[in-house]
Design a protein around this ligand. Sequence first.
Ligand SMILES: [Mn+2]
Length: 466
Amino acid sequence: MLKSHNSMNLLFKRAQELVNKSEDIKIYTHIDCDGVTAGAILSSMLDRLEKDHEIEFISLDKIEDLESENELTIFTDLGSGQDMNKFCTSSSKTLILDHHPPVRKIEQSVNGKLVELNPHFHNIDGSYEISGGGMTYLLARTFGYHDLSWMGVLSAVGDMQNSFSGKMVGLNNGILSESIQNNLVESKYDLAIYGRQTRPIFVALSYFGDVNLPITNNKTECLLLLNKLDIPSKNGRKHRSLCDLSIEEKSRLFSELVRMLSREVPSRYVKYVPKLISGDSYEFLMEEKYSPLRDASEFSTAVNACGRHSHHKVALNVLKGDRGAGLDAMEHLALEHRRYLAKKMEWIRGDDRIIPLNNLQYFEGSEIKSEVIGTIAGMILSYGDWKKPIIGFTPIGDNKEGIKVSLRCSRLLAYDGIHFGNLIRKVAEKVGGSGGGHSVACGAYIPEGSTSKFLTLLDESLKGLI
Ligand SMILES: [Mn+2]
């Protein structure tokens, strides 16, 4: 059962009335997995209510240029962190369903034209207790659409809300329970190795990158490891995935990984090792086994792959139920995305572009699209020094001045107490930019020409922490 928060429920009632009264609705939602999924929840809800609506996917910097043209405009997974004064001047109404830290006070969250729903107003932490899609689901829920709860789970996973604790907490857990009760999702404590349904286990293991192990980026070592543990890598002619392994096989693999990792990491990290390789996983029961949509992490990657190359509509259609042409298109985009990533990885590795400083490492990624610089940084970390964060730079592009910065690091650094999202925000502000994000995945926008100053400041701020 979802715990009820009276003050927030009242606002959801207001939001529901607003939707009921409007016939012409515009949705602006964010371009990442959480945002696209929030858009899909809202659009499914409005379809059922037979409300005319249009949806547009935007990045945060576009909000200030928007003008309201519809009776009701709904912002999902964005809006709370932005100045809405200009937008809210017209006669039309605005609804915000966001979970990012708000710039307005709760007193300003409801007036004649604006209703703003944000967990932070009600002492709920929007970084791990509920996502943008989760907030949107809570609205859909007021209309009784409990069957959309699985998308609330997907949003939370896409937004990495479970990454720190390895499970769903707070309202996320309430949404998860609802999706389990409705037989939509199964939650299992499992090995946390990416690629549960679609990757052969020996390939999945080779991508382990939080710590450099002999198996990292080495498929032969992975096969040898499986052999040693008496875990067949094939079932007949078919490669086995993590989802095919028995409980006994998984526990043998878990023990061996714990042993390998504990030997490799500094002693102060040893206590975090089990958390690094295990956690709750979420399976969507209506999706076929071995489909990229069956496992929540893999589904969120597929949604992001569409978004990163501006094909949000494809992901939207799949989320809304298209398992024919929509799914084909999504799989095609995922394949292209992987090819693009592989090419850029080669480009960085071939020319030894990772440059180490005292407490961090970085690469100049001018040939990489700004939408994927973070993904590349995350992947290339396993070729660098896992004990230091890695930072990638690339021009923002899209005819805009400035540099996009992305930082990724091993989760061990975050478990040890470093919050890179907060650090990068402070450093970005010092060079005239802005930034923020999660503890292990974050980024910033900084002015052109400020990269070396940025690096020096960040390197200094990490002194003694790494
Ligand atoms: Mn979000």
